[in-house]
Design a binder for this molecule. Structure first.
Ligand SMILES: [Cu+2]
Length: 479
């Protein structure tokens, strides 16, 4: 009996160790890393291209990757952020003021944190800024504390519709309104009489359009050509449709569509974080644009008056994979230097020491996820595959990528350039871009609570090292 008891005791010990040790290891490795060295973060993924031994260190610090410090800015502005209790405001309003510049301008924005105790930053969503101006707390800068300032400088080198938002505790700060639109106008006279914004945002679950509930007036006369810039600042997809006239999708995510065809009775889907610019001429009989069935904009008169409001009139959904006409991409994606898999799943484990069901990337949980390593000049392909059970609007910082295919079906229309791409459950997208903007760039889900649940990876250029850390004295928490 004594021998059997001892054997049992040892078996129990061995079983405990077999369970506790791996759990302890999983817990330990889920804690936030001390650096952006890929070996510290997770592991370096070289995408089938050449690897070097000094990834993440012995390189140019992120803080040095700036716009020309000697260039005099063309546009200078100050954005002061306040915590007003329920909402965050920028210069006293939410959405904050619209920032306008002309293509080619050097933009200089001073962020002032009035009273946001947990700190804040500004990220320029869709603008391929220099890395030091990307505004991601703990990656490209420290969170800006109350009473502190930070200066962002970037060249507005692409005309289009963009937006700014906090990237410190973004799942809270963006949702509570720390955001605004950025419009970069083309050089020369605009081909539109009316250039309007439609910033969509849910405050505490209440849908708003440019900060107001309900139906807004679009200040336009019959015959006016309108460019309507829709910015989806929410965590979910926004279907948009036009009643009363034909229209075109002029631009997607800040890039003009090549030879867009006329659309009628079509719903356009704007992913979380994404932008779509619509073009149309106002008919005598009026026009109405509906946003997700919850807000709308009307010019002249409402052509849907008398029908049930908020019901889509559109019978089809626009597929951007086959919209417009092909044209030159400016690079050749057919022989990429690196091909990365970005497989999104879900599994149990630890996230920063917390047990739960978390999003996984290539089977790993944040921060033990791949660091996607590139060299400047590389042609890069990402294969994004989503089998996680939910949809994910994926956002790569610092670059625009072109969609090559969806579920194996090649793109046939205008180059579909994206910075915010809706990847639904079961879908696979192949996207490509030229690695032409050195830095460490987030590549994450823009359903921001999902990012806070670990759906984050980074694209890192060889020869670049971070100057910042997650957590620490500045409490950097980008998600
Ligand atoms: Cu997501």
């Amino acid at each position: 009996m004594a021998v059997r008891g001892r054997v049992r005791w040892w078996l129990a010990c061995a079983a405990t160790v077999a369970i506790v040790l791996p759990l302890g290891w999983a817990w330990q490795s889920s804690l936030l890393p001390d650096s952006y060295d890929p070996a510290d973060m997770g592991y370096a993924d070289w995408g089938g291209g050449p690897a070097t031994s000094h990834a993440g260190h012995d390189g140019t610090p992120v803080a040095d990757l700036t716009a020309d410090p000697d260039q005099i800015p063309d546009v200078t502005t100050t954005l002061t952020v306040r915590d007003e209790g329920e909402r965050y405001t920028v210069n006293g309003t939410s959405p904050g003021p619209e920032l306008r510049a002309t293509v080619g301008d050097l933009v200089e924005v001073t962020l002032v944190n009035d009273n946001v105790t947990e700190g804040t930053t500004l990220h320029w969503h869709g603008i391929d800024v220099p890395n030091a101006a990307d505004g991601v707390a703990g990656v490209t800068q420290d969170s800006v504390g109350p009473g502190e300032e930070f200066v962002y400088r970037f060249l507005a080198d692409q005309a289009g519709t963009f937006w700014y938002h906090s990237h410190q505790l973004s799942h809270e700060q963006v949702q509570r309104g720390l955001l605004g639109a950025v419009v970069i106008e083309p050089d020369g006279p605009p081909p539109y009489e009316v250039d309007a914004l439609a910033v969509l945002h849910l405050y505490d679950g209440v849908a708003t359009l440019n900060g107001e509930e309900g139906t807004a007036t679009l200040e336009a006369e019959p015959g006016d050509r309108v460019r309507l810039r829709i910015v989806n600042t929410d965590n979910g997809l926004a279907p948009v449709w036009v009643t009363g006239t034909d229209f075109t999708v002029v631009a997607v995510d800040g890039t003009d569509v090549n030879e867009p065809g006329l659309l009628r009775d079509a719903t356009v889907r704007v992913p979380a974080g994404g932008r779509v610019d619509l073009g149309f001429t106002v008919p005598d009989t009026g026009v109405r644009v509906d946003f997700a069935g919850s807000t709308a904009m009307v010019a002249v008169t409402d052509p849907t008056a008398g029908t049930t409001p908020g019901v889509p009139s559109a019978t089809t959904t626009l597929d951007l994979l086959a919209y417009g006409e092909p044209t030159d991409l400016g690079f050749d994606p057919s022989a990429p230097d690196r091909i990365f898999d970005y497989r999104i799943g879900r599994r149990p484990g630890f996230l920063d020491g917390r047990p739960g069901m978390w999003w996984s990337i290539n089977g790993h949980l944040y921060p033990d996820v791949p660091m996607f390593m590139v060299s400047e000049g590389d042609v890069v392909v990402f294969r994004i595959k989503n089998t996680s059970g939910e949809t994910h609007p994926m956002h790569l910082h610092g670059h625009h990528a072109v969609v090559l295919s969806r579920n194996g079906e090649a793109a046939t229309g205008s180059p579909w350039w994206v910075d915010s791409l809706e990847v639904a459950e079961g879908e696979t997208y192949e996207i490509a871009f030229l690695a032409d903007n050195p830095g460490i760039w987030m590549d994450h889900c823009h359903n921001l609570p999902h990012a806070a649940q670990g759906l984050i990876a980074h694209l890192m250029y060889d020869g670049v090292q971070s100057s910042y850390l997650l957590g620490g004295e500045h409490h950097n928490e980008p998600e």
